[in-house]
Design a binder for this molecule. Structure first.
Ligand code: BG6
Length: 483
């Protein structure tokens, strides 16, 4: 049965930049079931043809040299546009009529909410009212973009509104980090290789570092970013997702709920931070020049950098800190997970493994380098018993010889196929807010720790390195070499 992919917010940036290029690439690779229809819905008064033309230009730009005009022509035959207003009930009645015209019988549908977040609630309400969520004839799924709420209260309210219209198993909350191949490979690294599990615990691991550094600033998104800040923008979703996958227990089977049950347990095991803990266990910073960016409120206290030390209170991780950090305007763009092992228990060689920096380290490079390195000591030849850190390295590109696909391809295909493994469940997003809300509240109300300024092009505020050193540890500040 050919499916229909309905995009709300069809004239927006996400649609042209990510969604349509991903669908087109899937079509090009013959991954889509035959006859998939794409229907765009937004207020702009496009005709089908005008929308196709606009998308042809943007898709050619974002897909690059793989774009094939003739193939696009084939794909675009099934691309339609239906103008409408999310605030108007009549628009949804028109949409229902239009969908039944283009679908020649019952067809599975994915409704993708690519709108501003304030439209999520009215959109799902209207979908239900217009009878567009009923699954008696064929599956109906809804994909909800981030941000999912602004805090726990608003996330709960949104979940309730969605659950009035859809059952939880119809809901796909997207976090594009889960669509990255290197993030999915973390499941494989941990659960398809028997050598890691025996050492993946407090007996062998000193601590874990999860860094998501960006070289860019807020750019044109200051209007949104200034009221979000790094905790809502990056920690509540992407960083906590990386933490969950690193720390979770093996799921009993590769199925959406088994996976998500284990992930949620990690969030529940995170020790809650009191305001006093927030003062000592978190850092926040703002890059110089942020306050002058267009759209930023004068005197803004929004953090563009944060670091946090979190404890997972369970048998596996007791006493192993998880250091999370993320910032804009950092030294380079890099997302990496560092598993820092303990020092050897007995120092046999002079000069070897004197401190943690020389203990073994497993580095999972998520992006833009894509691979894994294991750092270990070797003997320098012809130099007595001199040791040096060297590494075993796995690199996606050189191993598989082709570019890794964009995150949206995998996620859109999974939503179309009804596999929610890589999407967040209602309790998961709420539990993630429970971790972030107390930090945000303590920053705002207690004003501690202070908001530190940092120069663009560094690893955040200088105090961040000192904070780690005071705990006998060091950030793994390394911009990966891309080969
Ligand atoms: C988004 C954030 O979710 O992720 C952005 O809103 C951030 O602020 C982006 O730049 C980072 O995504 P990626 O895939 O480039 O690491």
């Amino acid at each position: 049965m050919p499916a229909t992919f309905v995009i709300f917010g069809a004239s927006g940036d996400l649609t042209s930049r990510k969604l349509i290029p991903a669908l087109y690439s899937l079509y090009q690779k013959k991954r889509l079931r035959e006859g998939l229809r794409v229907v765009g819905f937004s207020r702009s008064p496009f005709s089908h043809e005008r929308w196709r033309q606009e998308l042809a230009a943007t898709t050619a730009r974002f897909v690059g040299e793989e774009f094939d005009r003739a193939l696009w022509g084939e794909f675009a035959q099934n691309v339609y546009y239906q103008p409408g207003d999310i605030g108007e009930a009549g628009s949804f009645d028109d949409l229902r009529k239009f969908l039944s015209q283009v679908e020649s019988g019952p067809a599975p549908r994915v409704y993708y909410l690519a709108t501003a977040p304030k439209f999520y609630e009215p959109a799902v309400e209207q979908l239900a009212r217009a009878g567009l969520t009923d699954e008696r004839q064929a599956p109906r799924r809804v994909v909800v973009e981030k941000p999912f709420g602004y805090d726990l209260v608003s996330a709960r309210r949104l979940n309730q509104a969605i659950h009035h219209a859809f059952d939880e198993q119809q809901v796909y909350r997207i976090d594009h980090y889960l669509g990255k191949e290197t993030v999915q490979n973390l499941f494989v690294l941990r659960f398809a290789n028997a050598i890691f599990d025996p050492i993946w615990n407090r007996n062998y691991i000193d601590h874990v570092q999860i860094t998501v550094a960006e070289e860019v600033g807020v750019g044109k998104r200051a209007g949104y970013y200034d009221s979000a800040g790094v905790m809502r923008d990056m920690f509540q979703n992407h960083l906590l997702q990386l933490l969950m996958i690193t720390a979770m227990e093996p799921p009993v089977r590769w199925a959406a709920d088994s996976i998500r049950n284990e992930k949620v347990k990690v969030l529940h095991a995170l020790r809650a931070l009191s305001p006093a803990d927030v003062a000592t266990d978190t850092l926040r910073g703002q890059y110089e020049g942020y306050a002058q960016a267009e759209g930023v409120a004068p005197g803004s206290h929004t953090a563009t950098f944060a670091a946090a030390r979190l404890q997972v209170d369970n048998w596996r991780w007791q006493g192993v800190p998880f250091y999370l950090r993320s910032g804009k305007e950092m030294s380079c763009r890099t997302t990496q997970i560092v598993i820092q092992f303990r020092e050897p228990p007995h120092k046999l060689f002079n000069g070897a493994a004197r401190n943690l920096c020389e203990a073994n380290r497993l580095v999972v490079q998520v992006q833009p380098a894509e691979g894994i390195q294991l750092h270990f000591q070797t003997k320098v030849p012809d130099a007595g018993m001199k040791l040096r850190e060297t590494d075993l390295s796995f690199n996606y590109r050189s191993e598989y010889g082709r570019p890794v696909p964009g995150a949206y391809e995998r996620l859109l295909l999974d939503a179309l196929e009804g596999d929610a493994s890589l999407f967040a469940r209602a309790d998961e997003v709420e539990a993630a807010w429970k971790v972030c809300d107390p930090i945000i509240a303590a920053w705002q109300e207690g004003k501690t720790p202070p908001l530190l300024r940092y120069e663009p092009g560094n690893w955040g505020p200088e105090a961040s390195a000192a904070w780690m050193r005071s705990q006998g540890r060091e950030w793994f500040d390394s911009c990966p070499v891309l080969s």
